[in-house]
Design a protein around this ligand. Structure first.
Ligand SMILES: *Cc1c(COP(=O)(O)O)cnc(C)c1O
Length: 382
């Protein structure tokens, strides 16, 4: 058996007729860029989250950039974000003209540590970008309290957390703006690049709409950028959105099975879900001191795994200029060498999950008892 890390084709087969029709409709109407399908998706996604406005754009990275430009980031401004994320979160701070200030993460949840945010605030700080990493909500109550106290804006990076909930409320509805990615492998994935920013602030939504479309269609009221969602992606997302809550439940069922089977296996640390939070398991990430040898064992057995991510952001060459040391982010740094993402997607079968777990089990049995039962007996009997 081969277990892929994700299987987008398996999902396509479950909705093939609807998808094929949606694609044919876009071609029949030449609705290639924006157009009625994209408008319909913007409305449907805003309604699903319970926010006033959804501004579509080309991808989740652009959404972060557009949001920061809308909030007026200017040279010298400092923006605080998590040391543990995909680089989109921090590279767009620099692109918008700001300075990246990293925070360490919480030991249990992999999300930004609010206590470290407080320590990093300076007069130049203008905003905070918490990331709902792996599908687990960041601790929004203290984050919003810090933002109010210091008059900072908040952009939630929801690229991995469609429909995740913090204390009963969808992530993406706490900050001034929230950004989503619809990259194919995300929990709600298009068949190409796509993204959006959502907000309850009409003024910000109007500005982002104008900026992302060359500063206005007829009258260019400003210089903007070209960041549009294409019609195929809008039409595909309209087909997929009604399935999202069932797919989310399926991911949660997979996670519950892993949780159950991995209880007490070796030194494995399972993903911890913070009280009052609903994790949507974009990724199922375990921790073990034997990460590299376990990963090799699983690869040899045909089980694909991924490191999300091989390093914490401050330790990539791109941020060498900040001169950080491991001691600056002890939690994020320690995670570098022990995190491992296991295969998870709505269509993975029980049989496949059991196959993954059996090979994790056999790895730890072997490493705790290297000769195996037969080897031990042979040794004892000389
Ligand atoms: C995927 C991702 C993004 C960027 O989304 P793209 O659509 O790939 O540009 C941003 N932040 C995080 C945390 C992500 O996982």
């Amino acid at each position: 058996m081969k277990i892929p890390f994700v299987d987008l084709h398996a999902q396509y087969l479950t909705i093939k007729q609807e998808i094929d029709k949606a694609i044919a409709d876009v071609i029949a109407q030449s609705a290639f860029i924006r157009g009625p399908y994209v408008d319909a998706f913007e409305e449907a996604w805003a309604r699903a989250l319970g926010v006033k406005r959804c501004v579509s754009c080309a991808n989740g990275t652009d959404a972060l950039y557009i949001a920061m430009r809308a909030l007026g980031v200017k040279p010298g401004d400092e923006v605080i974000t998590s040391a543990h994320s995909w680089i989109s979160t921090s590279e767009t701070i620099t692109q918008a003209g700001g300075r990246v200030v990293f925070c360490d993460t919480d030991e249990e949840t992999f999300t930004i540590d609010p206590a470290d945010i407080e320590r990093k605030i300076r007069p130049a700080t203008v905003g905070i970008i918490p990331v709902h990493l792996y599908g687990q909500p960041a601790d929004m109550d203290p984050i919003m309290a810090i933002a109010r106290k210091h008059k900072l804006w908040v952009i939630e990076d929801c690229a991995q957390a469609h429909l995740a909930k913090y204390k009963g409320q969808f992530v993406g509805t706490f900050g001034n703006v929230a950004t989503f990615s619809f990259y194919p492998g995300k929990n709600l994935g298009a068949y190409g690049d796509a993204g959006c920013a959502v907000t309850n602030d009409d003024r910000l939504a109007d500005w982002m709409t104008t900026f992302a479309r060359h500063g206005g269609k007829g009258e260019h009221v400003m210089e903007g950028i070209n960041s549009r969602m294409d019609g195929f992606q809008g039409a595909i997302l309209n087909v997929k959105l009604p399935h999202l809550s069932a797919w989310t439940k399926a991911r949660q069922r997979v996670a519950a099975k892993y949780d159950h089977f991995l209880e007490g296996v070796g030194d494995i640390g399972k993903p911890e879900v913070a009280a009052g939070c609903e994790h949507v398991y974009h990724l199922y990430v375990i921790r073990t001191e034997k990460r590299d040898s376990l990963r090799k064992h699983l690869t040899d057995a045909g089980v694909a795994t991924v490191l999300n991510y091989p390093k914490a952001l401050p330790f990539y060459p791109a941020y060498a200029y900040l001169g950080h040391e491991p001691a600056d982010f002890p939690v994020a740094y320690a995670n570098q060498s022990c995190i491992l993402s296991l295969p998870i997607y709505p269509e993975i079968t029980d049989e496949m999950i059991e196959f993954v777990v059996e090979h994790i089990d056999s790895f730890f049995q072997k490493s705790e008892n290297p000769l195996g039962i037969e080897g031990q007996l042979a040794e004892r009997h000389g």
